[in-house]
Design a protein around this ligand. Sequence first.
Ligand code: PHE
Length: 455
Amino acid sequence: MAAIQNNDGASRGHFGSRFGFIMAAAGSAVGVGNIWGFPTQAASNGGGAFLMVYMFLIFLLGYPMLVAELMVGRHGQTNPADAMAKLGRSPVTKMIGSLIGLASIICAAMIFSFYAVLSGWFVSNTLAPIATMVGADEVSRWLIDFSFSRNAVFTLVFALMCIYVIQKGVQDGIEKWSKRLMPLLFAILIASVIYILFQPGAMEGVSALFTVDFEKVMHPDVIIGALGQTFFSLSIGTGAMMIYGSYLKANENISKLAVHVTFMDTGVAFLAAMLILPAMYVAKHNGVTIFDGSGNLLSSDTLVFTVLPALFATMGAAEHIVAIIFFALMSVAALTSAMSVVEVPTSYIVDKTAMSRKKVTWIVGAALTALAMAVVSNFDFMFGFMIKLATEITQPLVCLGLAIFVGWLWHRNSLLTEIKGQDGADENGIFWKVWPLYVKFVCPALIIVLISTTL
Ligand code: PHE
């Protein structure tokens, strides 16, 4: 494998295998958004109708944009700001490109600020049943109750886990851990779905998922929610996929790899819905409340951190084991996603300075942790605010900029060279004929229409 020179002369990391890349990119995509966000959004927003709108957006908007991000990253062989600048043809467009790239790096930092807090809860909830099993009831209570100290400690623990993986680099860190953790996640998820579907009450949850209520889907909040969920779930607009693309070899066929990643991401979201919704109705069957006073589903954090543990509590001897398995699943999904988020600013600074990757990871990790701590200290305001700012505003806007750049500014000859280098890619085939036009016209139009529904 040819090593590509970095700005500081060190060779740039690459994924060692196709499987490694798919696991890492799917690891970034599959996360809390799939397992925690998607099922509850589907449940409260029209069931099967939300599922349809979401599938539509994932394949008609998410997939082509994922291809765009990976292509720009691989073409640039550098961080998002410089990769985007490379597409510009004049000093002004180069500057705008690098600003869009920088916006995606800032977006990654914003995502980390709430994602680490949330993920910390999953880690603490995994440890709580263990504490109970060894008789440390007070510790167990502290682990599950919302408090500043618990939130701060576990945000830090989770951030350290990410830093540990990322400082090791592409093959030894990201790829190695994704290859270990993703198959584990699939196994736990499938076993949990099979288990829950055999519990009494589960079928009511399955039918809630497939009931189609179009009226709810047409609501602007739901549409922007589905749009945000599409970008968030595929990790696009944050530079994460661009960076992973930059670690791809020139002959890898991006349109095919992106199909794998998109299918895995959607497949896991669907499986998670087949786990969480039935689990809620099993809980209801066991006497646990899942609706609020006005008949609406409880909010997703209440569902995951209160309703599910209440369900586990009705399971007798299996209670603690099931709880550990469930929250470990969430923690694994969260870790492989958050790793990719930390990689974005890290790679930028590695490219820009002569510092070692290890050192940069610790500096970036410390800065990101400080931001997450600001969210912990100011939870009521900042947690929801950061989620909205990052996923409903910044990600769609960065994607819009990306589509415009790729569609309108990327020089045709340079794009063709990028396409031709890929194994099995035919620049005269239908996909590569349609895709540039699609990204040029359809993607920006779709994003603008969807954003404008909320204005
Ligand atoms: N895709 C991840 C999830 O669904 C979140 C994520 C967003 C990861 C953006 C990286 C970048 O949970």
